[in-house]
Design a protein around this ligand. Structure first.
Ligand code: FES
Ligand code: FES
Length: 398
């Protein structure tokens, strides 16, 4: 086994790998980044295309150990990428996919083309995309989709991007001091392990969430009292079942963890958050990022809240907007309304605990506590509620 360290989708990763392990297997098997598909496994079909240091490479032909020090980006890391978003829309509009097996590789190759060749015509697009094979859709829609994105960007006068370095050599080999493949294979690797803290996704203030939703609840205490309580980070965290702080928080920064059980899986997201409060508008913002090492999942989230007096000032309505992006193995739970329903129950638990704390209850007497949010039982409750709603819709009864 050889040590290797690189950045995958913005997250520093270090691991021990067999020298023969190719990057696609490493990404899929070790990191659960299954958006990288494997077709031919010998460099022909392009299904496994990813970016290494910004350039498209065949991950089935690239040794993981050859990429020490490189920046690796998979289709999951392009969730918030502007060009990829335009391409996704165009692929949808032009019916450029059926089974979708070739699509991640197509999108990555097409993105590179769109960025570098703003003048590409249909022939140039066909030549540039000839390394990506599609077995079920045909190429007409794919070419039309890419062409439409190139034309739209040309109309907006967006300049091309120079190719990253342009050096020849194995993928990832441009890093000063990095070993050649043969040196790595011979066992002279010098990858430096990164700390657990460095494995957290970087905070990025320009990040935009994939999914957003709104929640609100009322607590029966005046706005100023609720506002003052929200300023005490430790007390607020204690109202959230399964959450705790790992370090003493400051007024505008906190590090903590939250434990969630999903059936047999227990995930513990550790991360940090920046906190902003605006006294004048009784509103605040929390921007955080965290990851669960066991499931190789990471999340970024943003919570905006505002407090509004209600019931003649005797109560306060807390309006919350939540935005998040979930990647990795647990991302399957982020694609439907499940996260939103789970968040509703978490919010309800938080509201009950907040009400109790504002009423002077001690931490150990909070109405909703426990090891952590058990999404297993939450999911059961959720399915039951949805089933009831369906029956009601069908038969007008509960
Ligand atoms: S799986 Fe890599 S090119 Fe086909
Ligand atoms: S959409 Fe099925 S292989 Fe391309």
């Amino acid at each position: 086994m050889k040590p290797v360290s690189f950045t995958i989708n913005g997250m520093a990763v270090s691991a021990e790998v067999e020298p023969r392990t190719h990057l696609a297997d490493f990404l899929r098997e070790e990191r659960d980044l299954t958006g990288t598909h494997l077709g031919c496994e010998h460099g022909v079909c392009g299904a496994c295309t990813i970016l290494v240091d910004g350039a498209p490479v065949r991950s089935c032909l690239t040794y993981a150990v050859a990429c020490s020090g490189a920046e690796v980006t998979t289709i999951e890391g392009l969730d918030n990428d502007e060009v990829t978003a335009e391409l996704r829309e165009a692929f949808k509009r032009e019916h450029a996919l059926q089974c979708g097996y070739c699509t991640p590789g197509m999108l990555i190759s097409a993105r590179d083309l769109v960025l570098r060749a703003p003048d590409a015509d249909e022939r140039a697009i066909r030549v540039a995309m000839s390394g990506n094979l599609c077995r079920c859709t045909g190429y007409v829609g794919i070419i039309r989709a890419i062409k439409s994105v190139i034309s739209a960007r040309r109309a907006r006068a967006i300049a091309p991007v120079a190719m990253n370095g342009g050096a020849l050599g194995p993928a990832g080999s441009r890093h000063s001091g990095s070993e050649t493949v043969s040196e790595l294979m011979a066992g002279r690797a010098t990858a430096t392990p990164v700390s657990a803290k460095a494995q957290r996704p970087a905070m990025d203030r320009d990040w935009r969430p994939q999914v957003s939703f709104e929640q609100s609840f009322v607590v029966h205490y005046p706005r100023q009292q609720v506002w003052d309580f929200f300023g005490q980070v430790r007390d607020v965290a204690a109202c959230l079942p399964g959450a705790s702080l790992v370090e003493e928080p400051t007024d505008n920064h906190a590090e903590g963890k939250i434990r969630v059980k999903i059936g047999p899986i227990t995930a513990e997201f550790r991360g940090e958050a920046d906190i902003e409060r605006d006294e004048k508008t009784y509103s605040g913002k929390i921007i955080g990022a965290g990851s669960d090492v066991r499931s190789s999942s990471s999340t970024r989230g943003m919570i905006n809240y505002s407090l509004r007096p209600t019931d003649g000032g005797r109560a306060t309505e807390v309006a919350i907007t939540v935005g998040y992006t979930l990647t990795g193995m647990l991302a399957q739970f982020g694609r439907s309304g499940i996260v939103q329903d789970v968040a509703s129950r978490l919010t309800a638990a938080f509201a009950q605990n907040l009400e109790a704390r504002l009423g002077g209850k001690a931490l150990e007497d909070l109405p909703v506590s426990g090891e952590g949010l058990n999404a297993g039982s939450l999911l059961f409750a959720l399915i039951r509620d949805r089933f009831k709603a369906l029956l009601k819709r069908l038969f007008g009864t509960r």
